[in-house]
Design a protein around this ligand. Structure first.
Ligand code: PLP
Length: 270
């Protein structure tokens, strides 16, 4: 993570040209979401925009918030640690509350969307509202125990590797229903949905079939939980779609798209 020494992630100053670029990015993605919702017969405003803010500093993130972004996703625990406190202070000056410690209802939730090693769980839990990248019951169990110890309740999503690409994390689709049901019964956790990364190919049929598979998993788990909970279970989110494939994800039922480069431009660091 060389960029963490090359770039000051806590920087709060952006010039007006950069702020304008980011605002334009947010607005063009918002327009594209509305267009995809209408084109694919989805309800208006049924898709939430999460800004994927890896490698971006606090000033860049604030520019996105001022342009209307209301959900943030960070990939790395170290980046959350480097930014969360100062971001919260900057946002408070705009009367926005970001990633409020221990509250799952903060105005602007902050999610971890990248891999979480067990030794980072205690650092992340007080700073994030939820973790989208839980790959199974083993990690969920650890998060649950530590959340309980800290007196927190944490939203989690099960990450599923729908494309089967070996470079991707997430649980195998065949295991997803059992894993999700097991996670849903753990204390101090709230299973709030499913997350996936689309196949890395430029083929609509292949990419969409992966997203459709996640939707089917979600529908099946929703049905089972509704039976268990006497019909009172909350709606489970589908976090799928990135800059290159979000329209196809919306076509397949995505409720939350995670957008980085289409808002902030290309990343200077990997
Ligand atoms: C980086 C990242 C995104 C956003 O990627 P873009 O292609 O820049 O939109 C979404 N989700 C995850 C998990 C990411 O790591």
């Amino acid at each position: 993570m060389a960029y963490m020494t090359q770039k000051d992630l806590a920087n709060t100053e952006v010039d007006c040209v950069r702020a304008r670029q980011i605002a334009d990015g947010v607005h063009s993605v918002q327009d594209a979401i509305a267009q995809a919702e209408s084109h694919y017969g989805r309800k208006p405003e049924s898709v939430t925009l999460l800004a994927a803010t890896k490698t971006r500093d606090v000033g860049e993130i604030m520019a996105a918030l001022k342009a209307g972004v209301r959900v943030i996703g960070e990939n790395r625990p170290q980046e959350i640690v480097a930014k969360a406190e100062i971001l919260r202070k900057e946002a408070a000056r705009e009367n926005l509350s970001v990633g409020v410690n221990g509250s799952i209802n903060s105005e602007i939730p902050l999610y971890l969307i990248g891999q979480l090693q067990s030794n980072k769980i205690n650092k992340v839990l007080p700073l994030a509202n939820g973790i989208q990248s839980v790959d199974g019951i083993e990690l969920a169990q650890k998060i649950s125990t530590r959340a309980q110890n800290l007196g927190l309740c944490t939203d989690v999503m099960l990450e599923v590797n729908v494309s089967g690409e070996v470079t991707k994390s997430g649980c195998a689709p065949e295991r997803a229903i059992d894993e999700a049901l097991a996670i849903s019964s753990l204390p101090s956790l709230n299973l709030c949905g499913f997350m996936t990364l689309g196949a890395r190919v430029n083929d609509e049929k292949i990419v969409r079939s992966g997203f459709a598979a996640l939707r089917e998993i979600r529908d099946c788990v929703s049905e089972q939980l509704a039976q268990d909970y006497d019909g009172n279970s909350a709606k489970l989110e589908l976090s799928m779609g990135m800059s290159g494939d979000f329209a196809w994800a919306i076509a397949e039922g995505s409720t939350m798209i995670r957008i980085g480069s289409a808002i902030f431009g290309p990343r200077a660091f990997v």
